[in-house]
Ligand binder design. Structure first.
Ligand code: FES
Length: 68
């Protein structure tokens, strides 16, 4: 699923970036371009990072329904 439509960044790419060392939204912006245009993906990208770190939000995958 796309997290950042402007830069065509998927959830999978964000998880990979976290595995590669990204720790903040700023890291994701530098590595993938997330939030570099309209910025609407910020909340979802942050959620995605949390999941990648193993901190699942209440509602699990449903959290992403809000991002779609
Ligand atoms: S959706 Fe990510 S910058 Fe627009």
């Amino acid at each position: 699923m796309y997290v950042c439509v402007c830069q065509a960044v998927t959830e999978r790419q964000i998880h990979q970036a976290v595995r590669d060392g990204a720790r903040t939204l700023k890291d994701l912006r530098r590595d993938l371009g997330v939030t570099s245009e309209c910025g609407r993906c910020a909340g979802c990208a942050r959620q995605c990072m949390k999941e990648a770190h193993g901190h699942h939000a209440p509602g699990g995958l449903m959290a992403h329904a809000a991002c779609a």
